[in-house]
Design a protein around this ligand. Structure first.
Ligand code: HEC
Length: 262
């Protein structure tokens, strides 16, 4: 009996040894196409109110400590996102702030400069100046970089002064670069080019959940960049419907008039 077990164990060991090089070889060959992060899209929908509400919650939990939205009032946000006054008071309003106030960060400018080297920019217009895709890529391409003062770096904004504040949720990842041959002024030279990420510490969310988290957050910033767009889009539908009905009436009227002429 004991012999049989020992034989089975050594057989397993041989099998494992046989397949290990294969596994490594497969990984080497798997270096197919590099991850094309630059073509990632935000995929957000400003008409999705539930997503905007989740995005607002994300913003206040993870961003408002450093970033303001100085053109948006709490009251406006609440009415656009269909948040009741009670919910606003209980969940979003900081102590001593009224619904009529603009959304300001509690971070004092001198502290920000001391800690990050610069002040975190106001994000009211970020979605308009950078675009939702840019922000989405920014939030998804932080990677661990011990050489940087924040211990992290970013593909979309290299040497960003913003720390990887979402790593609790996303996990910590390393960026793997490979050398590529490029021509600089007619001379061949090697350059580092991003290949793929490797997660070294998983976060609280899996990849799909983190993507959804970023989509909602970017959606909220997209809304904040132009709060009127939510209303404008829903009015737009009625305007088009009205024009269609009006065209139909105009056509009936024209038919009526021309009947006499003929
Ligand atoms: C600990 C402070 C801190 C927190 C928290 C933080 N940021 Fe930042 N953020 C910064 C700093 C500092 C910069 C400036 C980066 C630079 O220019 O190098 C920045 C820059 C940005 C930019 C780039 C703006 C631009 O156009 O250059 C975006 C977008 C952004 N943050 C979004 C967010 C979002 C979304 C969150 C919440 C999930 C967040 N930040 C949380 C500190 C922070």
């Amino acid at each position: 009996m004991r012999n049989a077990a020992a034989m089975r164990n050594s057989a397993l060991l041989v099998l494992a040894l046989l397949f290990t090089p294969l596994a490594f070889a497969a990984e080497g060959e798997g270096a197919a196409a590099p991850v094309d992060w630059a073509s990632w899209h935000a995929g957000n929908e400003v008409s999705n109110t539930a997503s905007l509400q989740r995005g607002a919650r994300n913003f206040f939990n993870y961003c408002a400590g450093c970033h303001s939205l100085k053109y948006l009032r709490y009251s406006r946000l609440a009415s656009d996102l269909r948040i009741t006054n009670a919910q606003l008071q209980a969940n979003l309003l900081p102590a001593g702030v009224t619904p009529a106030d603009y959304i300001r960060s509690s971070l004092a400018a001198p502290d920000a400069v001391a800690w990050f080297g610069k002040q975190p920019p106001d994000l009211s217009l970020a979605a308009r100046s950078r675009g939702p895709d840019w922000i989405s890529r920014f939030l998804r391409t932080f990677y661990s970089d011990p050489a940087s003062p924040t211990h992290s770096n970013n593909l979309q904004l290299p040497n960003a002064a913003m720390p990887a504040v979402l790593s609790d949720l996303e996990g910590v990842k390393l960026a793997v670069f490979r050398n590529v041959e490029v021509m600089v002024d007619g001379k061949p030279s090697t350059e580092k080019s991003f290949d793929h990420f490797v997660t070294v510490l998983p976060g609280q969310l899996n990849a799909a959940q983190y993507e959804a988290f970023v989509r909602d957050t970017v959606n909220f910033l997209d809304y904040a960049g132009e709060p009127a767009q939510v209303e404008r889009r829903s009015i737009g539908v009625w305007v088009v419907l009205f024009l269609l009905v009006f065209t139909w009436f105009a056509w009936l009227l024209k038919k009526e008039y021309w009947k006499d002429v003929h």
